[in-house]
Design a protein around this ligand. Sequence first.
Ligand code: OXD
Ligand code: MN
Length: 586
Amino acid sequence: MTNNTSVLNWITEMKNLVVPDSVVWIDGSEMQLEKLRKQACETGELIKLNQELLPGCYLHRTNVNDVARVEDRTFICTKNKDDVGPTNNWWHSDEAYKKLYDIARNSYKGRTMYIIPYCMGQVGSKFSKIGIELTDSIYVVLNMAIMTRVGQNVLDALGNSNDWVRGLHCSCDIDDSKRYICHFPEDYTIISVNSGYGGNVLLGKKCFALRIASYLGKQEGWLAEHMLILGVENPNGETKYIAAAFPSACGKTNLAMLIPPEGYKKKGYKVWCVGDDIAWMRIGADGSLWAINPENGFFGVAPGTNRNSNPNALETIKKNTIFTNVVQNLDNNTVWWQGLDQTPPENAIDWKGEPWNGKTSNEPGSHPNSRFTAPVVNCPCISKEFANPEGVPISAIVFGGRRAHTTPLVYQSRNWDNGVFVGATMASETTAAASGKVGVVRRDPMAMLPFCGYNMAEYFNHWFKIGEKLGDKAPKIFNVNWFRLDENNKFIWPGFRDNLRVIEWILKRCDNEVDAKETPIGFLPYAKDINTDGLNINLETLESILNVDNDMWKDEVADIEDFFKKFGDDLPEKLKIQLDILKSMH
Ligand code: OXD
Ligand code: MN
């Protein structure tokens, strides 16, 4: 399929290492993919779902020890420890290669090596990047064929170039004591062993499009971010785009596919999805910031996805979708998950593959991090600019987290540098997307803590530099928190589609159309300026989540100071200045 010597030499080297029984190049054709689906159904790797109700849909169950990203087993491997900073696990690249090659050696015996040439971004676009993933899992091939552009045209676009990312995935025995997800940014290489869970093995996504790409972005002057991209079209037909970073499982997919509340719909507002997880952003010829979504599919969290939270996602996953670790309803061979509706199936199989009765069981039938993998083209609100190789111009950058208290519904940073501080000090309660305790507050700068491929202190500096280059063309930076709780632990803000009301305020701020009050943390809305027509929320309640509680912020400042200490002398001076300003205001 290619004469590219760098590609052929590396594949030969890897073949000699893992020793497959056979080798299959993935050409991207439907015929080949269909053959693989059939094969996977024969071995039980995939279960074919009801083809009348869910055409082209399949179910997969991962090993019970293998259901989420494993941050404690994720490494950035370089020659120097300082290069990865205090927030990443470091491994000396020589030692890592040795250990990983020992694990990978002969591990494809009796198996097939699938070679997946894939492209992040439009094939042929100057903003795109190419990778080759080797895997022994058909599930990985089929997921990559949804999440990225795969096949012969990618190799054609690569030609003889050596500018591509190597990715080796070995399922091995899915032994969690030998599970490693390793990145070698200096060599453009990723090695993942002993896992079959998406975030660990679909190497184009977190591993390449965030960890390796963030490193490349720093070298080449652009940003690879854990951000959704959406367009809001106003009744005049003008569309403005925002990019928003939230930690995993905080509703990025829901926000990206939002359907406007009735009142907005009537006025003619529309929301268009460009991406739900990753944004690559560059300074365009006009000097402003432009973003593309490098992916071609959605790898979304299933539980909680329903008619109310995300009708567009439900529509998107009606066909050609792979479900992972959800409930299989045996009555009609369809799927179910917690929060889909009020009628769980009684004759079903749970995510562990065991009989499950939704009426009588005390255990959830779907895993909290169960997923759907669906093609972008299925999405009813996909932006017509999704396929534009230049991307879309970004008016606002929004950071957000899951905070029961402290952080108001929305506020605007004073300027770019203050906005970088807001992003750098983002915090959120942990979710099920990564293994570990759920609900603990942790600092997650720009939602990139698990995904930054180099020293985060340098990453902050890189953001400051991008701001300097953008000058007055820089997008405005905001922070949101949909998750404030009342004294009964109920969410105060309705969230979901009503988040558009907050986005409307954000866009008005970008156009200088609305005043705001200055507080120690930035500009907050006057409650009257958030449109609550049709909402069951009074001004007083709204004001209660548009406040800055000085005592809580004192604690917050102390916690930020503590977090910053991690970076020692590497911490950018500009962040220290921002912290001092915040301190002096309390
Ligand atoms: C994801 C994640 O899968 O952030 O998008 O974990
Ligand atoms: Mn994500």
